[in-house]
Design a protein around this ligand. Structure first.
Ligand code: GDP
Ligand code: MG
Length: 163
């Protein structure tokens, strides 16, 4: 079975944009127990000759601006259960938010490789804005732009090396 990488983070940070950029084909996975398609997006891709699946865990909060911590909990739980590595996406434009801190606190307990991706770093000028994400206490981060693709190669190099 191929490895699974989960993309987690609060709404609007760019998880789905990153997912869509990274995947090569989509899979509809049907839950064996309930018999319904789960409200998550799965895709397949490969990098450096390594094939793996990606989950966009934010699927079930689409259309809702009102996200409760419970929902975030659920998202991270899914990642813990299913993923071999986790990409935690935050937004350099918005800076650190309370929900980012909630996610970081949950991820701190996870004994799987976690990659902090500071998204929306579309220009070199914005690199400095990413520094504040050290306050999440997750160590080093990768600055990326899911819109123009910059930085995603370095992120994937690191992710694939951990699988
Ligand atoms: P999600 O809720 O985390 O899945 O976020 P989406 O992928 O739906 O993106 C939320 C918004 O951020 C959309 O308007 C995207 O176009 C925008 N966005 C995503 N990635 C980037 C990026 O790298 N740079 C900029 N400037 N905007 C982005
Ligand atoms: Mg989304």
């Amino acid at each position: 079975m191929s490895c699974i990488v989960a993309i987690v983070g609060r709404p609007n940070v760019g998880k789905s944009t990153l997912f869509n950029r990274l995947i090569k084909r989509r899979e509809a996975i049907v839950d064996a127990v309930s018999g319904v398609t789960r409200d998550r997006h799965y895709g397949k891709t490969d990098w450096n000759g390594r094939e793996f699946s990606i989950i966009d865990t934010g699927g079930y909060v689409v259309g809702s601006d009102d996200v409760f911590e419970q929902e975030i909990d659920k998202q991270v739980e899914l990642a813990i259960d299913e993923a071999d590595a986790i990409v935690f996406v935050v937004d350099a434009e918005a800076g650190v938010t309370g929900l980012d801190e909630d996610v970081a606190n949950l991820l701190r307990k996870v004994e799987k490789p976690i990659f902090l991706a500071v998204n929306k770093v579309d220009t070199a000028k914005r690199e400095a804005d990413a520094l504040e994400f050290y306050s999440l206490g997750l160590g080093e981060y990768y600055t990326i732009s899911s819109i123009n693709g910059s930085g995603t190669g370095d992120l994937l190099d690191a992710v694939v090396a951990a699988l």
